[in-house]
Design a protein around this ligand. Structure first.
Ligand code: NAD
Ligand code: TYD
Length: 359
């Protein structure tokens, strides 16, 4: 049975990936989820898988060399899928240091542990071992012109401390590929949305605020463009890259779904109005008047867009979920998980929100 070490599996994309993998492979695989459970990690995201015999959760920091080495010594890990990171641009602007620690140092610790466990005396690696590093399209910087896209060979030009730390981690993985022939892939994906996303990111924040009649903060002129990818499509892409992709290669994973932030907000408001039953008191609260333009994010990248040509051609992946469907599924999930939202927005989230928005 193949054993996966998933880092950051209690976060947004990691937990969706774990659900996807068990749906697809059921008892054919074993997953070890290594997560520190920062503010962004939540074991509630894994309800339904935690009782499985072929799932293990280990609470540890990826920067803790001894803890990570021990996991490799005690388990015959076949695949690493590395999600664990500090992931929010706004937080990186306020406090960059933890981003460098987790994203750069943590990635190095994992690379070293996997290399030590998998390398043979002649410098080659045990058959079938693979490391997949999950990264972002933000490493490529910002696009201005419509019709321009990020490709795998687009030069790196990160602007935020977050994207600089992810770019650094990518460079470390690339250096292990080039120097040690380490069996890795890198995927750079666009903005994800879907179930279990923490409401510091645009889409869940807008859904949550709108349902409570709270202001909807729009940075700058609201015309920044992001390329939205449904998280389950992303999970599928990661699996396909490990199964069918060429080792050592980078693959961009994008939604082919560019939208301005203000368009996203209007779509969410319209969809909420359409989906909420007449009898639901929250219908009264959902209003365009909640849209509030606030000070722009420092160094705000204007536009991200991926042309996912390589992954389509080489592994047959494409973004299956249309935005109209993905946003409905996401909103439906939030309707059905009010408790989840209440739990993640209690306590420290309130303080974060007050410090960040002051509205
Ligand atoms: P997230 O913030 O929701 O989850 C991160 C997870 O990592 C959490 O469970 C957290 O507890 C864990 N973690 C943080 N620091 C850790 C540490 N030191 N040791 C162990 N675990 C730690 O993030 P996400 O949105 O799921 O993103 C996952 C990955 O995908 C990240 O590497 C991110 O850079 C990348 N990515 C995300 C997006 C997106 O739209 N969310 C887009 C592109 C790339
Ligand atoms: P975000 O979800 O933080 O993802 P990223 O910065 O990684 O792209 O933000 C998506 C876009 O939405 C980005 O252009 C910033 C903007 N934004 C707002 O306008 N208001 C908000 O409250 C947030 C969180 C983001």
């Amino acid at each position: 049975m193949r054993t996966y070490l998933v880092t950051g599996g209690a976060g947004f994309i990691g937990s969706n990936y774990i659900h996807y993998m068990f749906q697809k492979y059921d008892s054919q695989i074993r997953i070890i989820n290594l997560d520190k459970l920062t503010y962004a990690g939540n074991l509630e995201n894994l309800k339904g898988v935690e009782d499985r015999d072929n799932y293990t959760f280990i609470r540890a920091d990826i920067c803790d060399r001894d803890a990570v080495n021990q996991i490799f010594q005690e388990n015959d890990i076949d695949r690493v899928v590395h999600f664990a990171a500090e992931s929010h641009v706004d937080r990186s602007i306020k406090d960059p240091e933890i981003f460098v620690r987790t994203n750069v140092l943590g990635t190095l610790v994992l690379l070293n542990a996997a290399k030590a466990a998998w390398e043979l005396p002649d410098g080659t690696y045990q058959e079938g071992k693979k490391f997949l590093h999950v990264s972002t399209d933000e490493v490529y910087g910002s696009l201005e012109e419509e019709g321009e896209y990020f490709y795998e060979n687009t030069p790196y030009d990160p602007h935020s401390p977050y994207s600089a730390s992810k770019a650094s981690s990518d460079m470390l993985v690339k250096s292990y590929i080039d120097t040690y022939h380490f069996p890795a892939n890198i995927t750079n994906c666009s903005n994800n949305y879907g179930p279990y996303q923490f409401p510091e990111k645009l889409i869940p924040l807008i859904i949550n605020n709108a349902l409570q009649g709270k202001k909807l903060p729009v940075y700058g002129d609201g015309k920044n463009v992001r390329d939205w990818l449904y998280v389950e499509d992303h999970a599928k892409g990661i699996d396909l890259v490990q199964e069918k992709g060429r080792l050592f290669e980078t693959y961009n994973i994008g939604g082919h779904n560019e939208k301005q932030n203000i368009e996203i907000i209007h779509i969410i408001l319209d969809t909420l109005r359409e989906m909420l039953p007449e009898s639901d008191a929250r219908r009264e609260l959902v209003s365009d008047d909640l849209i509030t333009y606030v000070e722009d994010r420092k160094g705000h990248d204007r536009r991200y867009a991926i042309a996912p040509d390589k992954i389509k051609k080489e592994v047959g992946w494409y973004p299956e979920t249309k935005f109209e469907d993905g946003i409905r599924k996401t909103i439906q999930w939030f309707f059905e998980h009010e408790e989840w939202m209440k739990n993640v927005t209690s306590g420290s989230y309130q303080k974060y929100y007050q410090d960040m928005y002051k509205i």
